[in-house]
Each structure stands twice: as structure tokens, then as C-alpha cells.
Design a protein around this ligand. Structure first.
Ligand code: EPU
Length: 342
């Protein structure tokens, strides 16, 4: 018989979201073991409550107090769990910090995650939005994950195809939303590592450092330097990384836009569509560095909204909506928020 779970009431969430928004959870559980989740799933009253799974809190906007149960994933553990012909398999618990996992793999001589250095948040959150940076997405290094289905209490394994990954998206934002809690993630790290340094800004950084054939660690150092230059550290300025997804448009729409705005920044995708740089669109509308109330647009990256001190979730969303309306009016492009708005 497992021990009863320790629910807390009216818990402040400010320290648990990187935007630093002041909000409270009606009920809160520190999840240290899968049995805690099994117990919640088995309890009709708890299972029926609105539920918010919190990892590092780096991709959410809290627009008010949360009336239900917050499950704060605090599980730990990273280990090599197997191998395939081409890769070493590393499994990390959902509650582990993502960057610490990247560091662990590099310390163990395993390359593959270095482009994803310094992304804030937890391992368990990484598949939900298929985190990506500098030319690599989680899906490129993903092997499988284990999740608990909170409706049935059953534990399931999902492979890469079953997770339905695409740009900043997965099945966990759709059919498994409000249903799955990710327990651990297994990554496949290539035995024959090759640097992925095609992303222009990363290539430039390595060139500036005089590194022609980088090691995985050197790539990590370059990525960390770029991120530290351009993105605000949530420990000092509240933020949730990129606030909008880069919108994807068809080739003819992109050509029309380029005709009107020759400096438009866009990237050709494998399927012939184009990803537009939302940061550029927002910058062009004059929002960079501006504020509405206590919510603002970061001075060095217009795609990042920041908390200038004491911002509420409503203020952040008010700013986001004003930006969205301007971009729609000027470019006819709809920006979709990237963090989960609660
Ligand atoms: N740009 C501007 N003004 C700005 C910001 C950007 O003109 O204020 C232009 C840049 O000059 C550049 C282009 O927009 O030509 C793209 O900017 P950047 O390379 O900084 O990348 P991004 O598209 O803004 C995406 C990810 C980031 C990831 C970087 C690097 C999304 C939503 N964001 O940003 O991910 O780190 O590429 O790969 O896809 C995150 O998801 O939280 C995140 C930080």
C-alpha cells in the first residue's frame, strides 16, 4: 500500500513560472513518484478536478489563480538505458531540468543535444512543444517516452511517430491534452556524431571563435553564448522564451509579402512552404523595447515578451493581443501564441 499523497492548498506559483506571474493554485501536489499520479488518477474527486501539469513553468502564462490541481513534476534521474545499432539511449525523468540533461550527456561524451543547450524548462515538457533551436528539434533525437493516462491510470510507451511531432507541436497539445502526464523521455544519441552547424548565426559564432571543426562541447558553448546575448535570463527578467510561433505561409503568399516588403525574413521549408520570422514582423511594427503596463517587448529580441515587474497574466495577454492586431493589420499574418495560456 503506497503512502497517502500530500496535497497542499492555496499555493503561490510565482516561483514556479518563469514569467514570474503572481497566481495561486487551489490545490498543489509535488510529484516525486509515479505512484503519486496513480493515486490522483484513482481518486474520483481529484481526477475530476481541472488539472495543470507543471514542469519548469517556462512555457506558460497564468492569467489568474488556477482553480484546480497543479501537478508539479519533481521526479529525478538520468541514465543510459540501452543502445541501438546507431545510437546510445539515455532516459531522463520528466522532472529533470532540460539543460542539466544536455550537460550530463556532454559530460558522458555523448553528443547530439548540444544545439538545444540552455533551453529553459523540464525534460517532461520538451516533447509537448517539440523544443527546437539552431537547426535541431527534439524529434531529431527522440526515441520514445512513457506517459500515464490519467483517465485510466495505465502507463503507455509512445514512439516518435505516435507523438505526432511537428514545429512546436505534438499530440500532447491535441488529443492527449489534459489526459497524458509524461513520466520520462528516452533520447537516441548518435554513435557517429556530426556537428549540425548550418544555422547561419551558429556558423558565424563558431567562425568568430576560430573553430572550423567543432566538438559537441564547442557547439554547446557557441549556442550558450548566442542565447545569453539575445534572450533574457528568466532568473532576472521574467519571460517564457519566444511568445509567438513563426507563422508558416504558402509560397505565393510569401512572394506577395516579399513584393511589398523586400527585407522580409523567411525560411523555405521541406514541403515548399515558408516560415516567416515573427520577430522581424513584430520589430517592423515598432514594438521592440515597448511596454504596455508592466508587460513589455524585449529590447534585443522582439519575439520575447517580458515581465518588467509585477505584470499580471492579463497584462501580458493584452500586450500580446495588441502586437497580434498590428501584425495582422500591416502584414495580413496571424501570430499564434506559443506558450500555453492558462
Ligand atoms: N529578427 C528581427 N528582429 C527581432 C528579432 C528577430 O529582425 O527583434 C529577425 C532576425 O534578424 C533573424 C530572424 O528574425 O533574421 C530570426 O531570429 P532568430 O534567429 O533570433 O530566431 P527566431 O525565429 O526569432 C527561433 C525560435 C527560438 C530559437 C531560435 C534559434 C521559435 C518560435 N523561436 O527564434 O526558440 O532559439 O529560433 O533557433 O521558433 C523558443 O521557442 O522559446 C525559442 C527561443
Amino acid at each position: 500500500m503506497s503512502s497517502p499523497i500530500l496535497l497542499q492548498s492555496n499555493v503561490a506559483l510565482r516561483a514556479h513560472n518563469t514569467f514570474g506571474i503572481d497566481a495561486a493554485a487551489a490545490s498543489y501536489l509535488r510529484v516525486l513518484h509515479v505512484d503519486d499520479l496513480r493515486a490522483v488518477a484513482a481518486d474520483h474527486q481529484l481526477a475530476a478536478m481541472p488539472r495543470l501539469v507543471l514542469g519548469g513553468g517556462s512555457n506558460i502564462v497564468l492569467t489568474g489563480d488556477f482553480p484546480g490541481l497543479v501537478l508539479h513534476m519533481c521526479t529525478s534521474g538520468v541514465e543510459v538505458t540501452g543502445e541501438t545499432q546507431d545510437a546510445v539511449l539515455v532516459t531522463a525523468a520528466a522532472g529533470e531540468n532540460w539543460h542539466r540533461l544536455v550537460d550530463w550527456t556532454l559530460q558522458h561524451g555523448l553528443g547530439g543535444l548540444e544545439n538545444l543547450s540552455l533551453i529553459p524548462g523540464s525534460v517532461g515538457a520538451s516533447p509537448i512543444q517539440n523544443i527546437g533551436a539552431y537547426g535541431i528539434e527534439l524529434k531529431d533525437r527522440f526515441h520514445s517516452l512513457r506517459m500515464i493516462d490519467m483517465q485510466s491510470g495505465a502507463i503507455r510507451s509512445l514512439n516518435r511517430d505516435e507523438c505526432g511531432f511537428s514545429y512546436r507541436d505534438s499530440i500532447f497539445k491535441h488529443t492527449l491534452r489534459d489526459r497524458a502526464v509524461i513520466l520520462d523521455v528516452t533520447l537516441a544519441l548518435p554513435r557517429r556524431w556530426q556537428a549540425c552547424i548550418a544555422y547561419a548565426e551558429l556558423a558565424n559564432e563558431l567562425r568568430a571563435r576560430g573553430v572550423a571543426a567543432p566538438t559537441a562541447r564547442q557547439v554547446a558553448h557557441a549556442v550558450i553564448a548566442i542565447r545569453q546575448r539575445k534572450l533574457p535570463d528568466p532568473a532576472t527578467i521574467g519571460n517564457a522564451g519566444s511568445f509567438f510561433k513563426n507563422p508558416v505561409v504558402g509560397a505565393s503568399r510569401r512572394d506577395e509579402l516579399v513584393a511589398r516588403h523586400p527585407a522580409l525574413v523567411s525560411y523555405l521549408q521541406a514541403d515548399g512552404s515558408y516560415k516567416l520570422a515573427a520577430g522581424w514582423l513584430i520589430d517592423q511594427c515598432g514594438w521592440k523595447g515597448r511596454s504596455l503596463g508592466a508587460a513589455g517587448v524585449y529590447e534585443k529580441q522582439a519575439l520575447v515578451l517580458v515581465n518588467r515587474g509585477g505584470a499580471t497574466g492579463a497584462e501580458v495577454m493584452h500586450l500580446a493581443n495588441a502586437i497580434r492586431a498590428d501584425v495582422a493589420q500591416r502584414f495580413g499574418v496571424d501570430l499564434e501564441p506559443e506558450p500555453v495560456v492558462v
